[in-house]
Ligand binder design. Structure first.
Ligand SMILES: *Cc1c(COP(=O)(O)O)cnc(C)c1O
Length: 244
């Protein structure tokens, strides 16, 4: 068995273990395998082992990989910061955008989607770690944002996404995840979308089991399956690791 396939099996087993520890159903948690910096051939091994849910952080890389793997049963999620001028390109490959963080992006996505005659699953990204390097709405801004979203008829908001602070301090990581859960709790009560907003996308290679214990329904895992990335976290999140 290749290391990719073996690691994937380990991650899936860990997901099952974490859900059972807290009395949840393993089928409640979706694994998005994050493929950034990973060559298409290695990604293909995971797809052939049954992993169809993939995520990319950057539009150009996602598009290229989607083209290289065209024909395979893959559902792509865009999980990284999205510039409005990349909307056309992201919609060429992505079935979901997890990084919706401003009305101007909702406007740009909706306009293009109306033109294409299709809809899009979206998650609202929330900055729970209060770090300038992390994108997302401040938790206090989410309610007002959700009230504006029904104007964008092609967007299907399904919940929320966050990155916890990158820290070995587990209590701080849990605090971030609980904050997102609190955002969802408020939204389920007040937001026009009501109980459609049930998803919590939280947890990466270092913290996905904690995230599941705190209620994650989607985890986004890359390095635990593919090994360490050549590019440092600061390439994706400038100043990551710096004390905020
Ligand atoms: C890269 C990335 C992940 C996965 O990180 P790993 O450390 O590879 O598990 C999760 N979410 C986002 C937004 C990412 O860019």
């Amino acid at each position: 068995m290749s290391s990719v396939v073996a690691n994937l099996a380990t991650v899936r087993a860990n997901i099952d273990g974490a859900t059972r520890r807290v009395g949840r159903d393993p089928a409640d948690v979706r694994l998005v395998l994050v493929t950034k910096t990973v060559a298409a051939e290695r990604v293909q091994e995971a797809v052939e082992a049954g992993q169809s849910d993939l995520g990319e952080n950057k539009v150009q890389e996602g598009r290229g990989k989607a083209q290289a793997l065209a024909g395979l049963p893959i559902r792509w999620s865009m999980i990284g910061h999205l510039q409005s001028n990349k909307v056309k390109d992201v919609l060429r490959f992505a079935d979901e955008v997890q990084s919706l963080d401003r009305l101007s992006l909702a406007t740009a996505l909706d306009k293009r989607l109306q033109h294409l005659g299709r809809g899009l699953d979206v998650l609202v990204q929330v900055n729970t770690s209060d770090e300038a390097s992390k994108y997302g709405l401040h938790p206090d801004e989410v309610q007002a944002f959700l009230r504006e979203l029904p104007a964008f008829a092609s967007l299907r908001p399904l919940g929320f996404m966050t990155l916890a602070r990158f820290t070995p301090d587990v209590a701080e990581v849990r605090r971030c995840f609980r904050l997102l859960k609190g955002v969802r709790h408020r939204a389920l009560q007040d937001a026009p979308q009501g109980d459609q907003l049930r998803h919590l996308s939280m947890g990466m290679s270092g913290d996905y089991e904690i995230a599941i214990e705190e209620g994650a329904t989607i985890v986004r895992v890359g390095q635990a399956v593919f090994g360490p990335r050549p590019l440092p976290d600061s390439y994706y999140w400038p100043d990551a690791g710096a004390v905020a």
